[in-house]
Every structure is written in C-alpha cells, then in structure tokens.
Design a protein around this ligand. Structure first.
Ligand code: ATP
Length: 341
C-alpha cells in the first residue's frame, strides 16, 4: 500500500546538507497499523511527509497504491491527497470555523453537493462522539475533542490511508488512550491503513501491528510489535521498551547483590504458554539452588503474554549452571552483568 524504496531526503540548510532520511526501505501493507518510533530529530516527520509529497524525496521512490508519487501530475496528486488523511500533534483546526465547518471543509474543496456534505459530516461526528458539539468552535473544546475533530476531518473524503504525526503527544495519558481506541476503530470499521509516528512506546504497544525504529535518518530495526518487544536487538529499541516495561533493577540494588559471590542474576524472558509453567519452582526442587525473584512483569502484547523476570540464583557454580541450562530448554535466559542490562 505504501512502499519506501531506498528513500533519502537531504535538506540544504544554511549552506550545510542535513540528511534527514537515509536509504529507508519499508513496506506498509493494506489494513495494518504501522508505527515509526524514534527520538527527536530521527527523521520521522520527514519520512511521513514524503508519503503525500509535502516533502519530495532526493533519492529513491515512494510508492502509494502502486503509483510512484513523483510521477503524478498536479491533478493526480490532488486526487491522491484526498485518499490520504492526515492528523497532527497540534490538531491544525480552523479556529474561525465550527466543528461542523472544520469537518465539512475538505468536502467543500472537493465540490461535494451540500446534502451529501451534511450527511457525511453528521455520520463522522457521530462516529467520533461529537454529535452534540457540531456548532462549537475549537476554542470551546478540550485537546482530546479537538483531535476527534481532526480525525473526523481527515476521514471526510473517505481516505484509505491515515497518517498521524504525533497525534497523541499533546494529550494526557487517559485522553491518549481514548484517541488510540478511536484510531483502532478507524482502522477496523472504515478499513483505513494507518501510518503513525511517535516517540512513545506505549502508543506502539497499544495499537500498532508492526513498527520501525528510526535513528539518524535510518531504520535501525523493524518487525512485528511482539517480536520487537520480546527480541530487541539495538540499544535504542531496548531503551524505548524499558520506558514502558520498567524492566531494569536499580544501580544500588545491583551493587548490593553483586557483593555476594554465590549470587548470580539472570533475566528470564518467557512468552505465550511458558508464562503458565512453574519453571522456577521446578529448578528449586530439582537443583541445589535458591531462587529469589527481584523483579517481575507480565505484559500483554498483541494479545500474547510476555513475561520478564530478574531472578537471583544462589548456590554453587555447578548447580547454578545446571539450573540455567535446564531453564534454557524452555525460555530465554540472559545473565545480568550490569544494572543496565
Ligand atoms: N525543512 C528543513 N530544513 C532543514 N533541516 C530540516 C528540515 N526539516 C527537518 N530538518 C532536519 O532533519 C532532521 C530530521 O527532522 P524530523 O523533523 O524529520 O525528525 P523527527 O524525528 O520528526 O523529530 P521531531 O519529533 O523533533 O519532529 C533534523 O535534523 C531536522 O533538523
């Protein structure tokens, strides 16, 4: 549905070249919710703006609905933009227009008959839960309500793609959760493919099917949200995951435990069925080791359970080695060698 093929974007800024996006290849399939996460300056906004040609790539191709966007005529480009809705962190509503007027605007531009505009806007305001606010002005609305108007407006021309530029970053956690639920409904009920960018792992975890991690203009890791959470390979991804799983022990506790020579720390990662097996009580019974759970967390990611434990094993080296080898038959086990690992 959206394909980036070796895409790059270089800006000329004050006599300097800034490579905002470098050699990005990604494929976003019809019907999925695809997230791009990265720190500030990673190149996310630029990547997003290449989709509807708000920015032009300096290398590579961006293909939307099988058409390379650079090859489109002005008229075709206008048509393509109607198929791509967009929502923003700062909502970008017209303050001088009512809620109804904001949602009706793209339909007026597209010269849709008045009666049809009334029908469509009424339907969309119902869908986003603002049917009773049609005559309000943006300044009379909360942030979450403004974003609902933004979503209704983006859906007005019945797009098949919705691109979301940090759509929840200005909202509190509860409102963020409501907006993400609404975006999930947009995806399911209107069959809209969603491409979103964010710096919040919680957003990715809550609604995305797949995710790409960006750093310095490049995609450094990509995959299903579940795989990324359970098997991150880069430090940046691990840091993003820690921000939602809180899966590190404190430096103080780590120092204290490392003073004890007969004690070894391990991180145990288990998924799906393994979460219900009594593996730790089994090793305590079968080997001469004591097991002490220091940190435990079981999360649900894409409807599969994912457990993350840090345990202290006490005993002699040989018995600990045997216990760890036994565990490794069922789950992933990593020795924790620093408070950050
Ligand atoms: N119009 C521009 N002219 C020059 N440099 C730009 C322009 N737009 C973006 N950049 C630079 O490109 C890089 C990537 O910026 P971009 O806004 O895409 O990152 P981002 O990941 O979306 O960050 P943020 O979340 O802070 O917006 C940054 O170094 C930025 O300064």
């Amino acid at each position: 549905m959206i394909k980036f093929e070796g895409v790059g974007k270089v800006f000329q800024s004050k006599g300097r070249e800034v490579a905002a996006v470098q050699d990005v290849s990604l494929s976003i399939e019809k019907g999925e919710i695809f997230g791009v996460i990265g720190f500030s300056g990673a190149g996310k906004s630029t990547l997003l703006r290449l989709v509807n040609l708000l920015e032009r790539p300096t290398s590579g191709k961006v293909i939307v609905n099988e058409q390379e966007n650079l090859s489109l005529s002005e008229k075709e480009l206008r048509k393509m933009r109607q198929r791509i809705g967009m929502i923003f962190q700062t909502f970008n509503l017209f303050n001088s227009r009512t809620v109804f007027g904001n949602v009706a605007y793209p339909l007026k531009i597209a010269k849709v008959p008045k009666q049809e505009i009334n029908r469509r806007v009424t339907e969309l305001l119902q869908f986003v839960g603002l049917a009773d606010k049609a005559n309000y002005y943006p300044e009379q609305l909360s942030g979450g309500q403004k974003q609902r108007v933004g979503i209704a407006r983006a859906l007005a021309t019945s797009p098949d793609i919705l691109i979301c530029d940090e759509a929840t970053s200005a909202l509190d956690p509860e409102t963020t959760s409501d907006i993400l639920t609404l975006l999930k409904r947009v995806n399911e009920e209107y069959n809209v493919t969603i491409l979103l960018i964010t710096h919040e792992m919680q957003v990715i975890r809550t609604i995305c099917d797949r995710v790409a991690v960006m750093e310095n203009g490049r995609v450094i890791e990509e995959g299903s949200v579940f795989n990324l959470f359970t098997n991150p390979t880069t430090k940046t991804t691990k840091n993003f995951i820690s921000s939602v799983l809180n899966d590190k022990i404190s430096p103080q506790l780590f120092e204290k435990l490392c003073g004890n020579k007969s004690s070894h720390l391990y991180r145990i990662i288990f998924t799906g069925e393994e979460t219900s097996k009594p593996l730790l009580s089994n090793i305590a019974k079968s080997f001469e080791v004591d097991v002490n759970i220091l940190y435990g967390n079981i999360s649900e990611i894409q409807e599969v359970l994912f457990g993350n434990l840090i345990v202290e094993l006490q005993g002699n080296q040989v018995e600990i080695g045997r216990a760890v080898n036994h565990l490794k038959q069922y789950v992933e086990v990593q020795e924790v060698t620093s408070h950050a690992s």
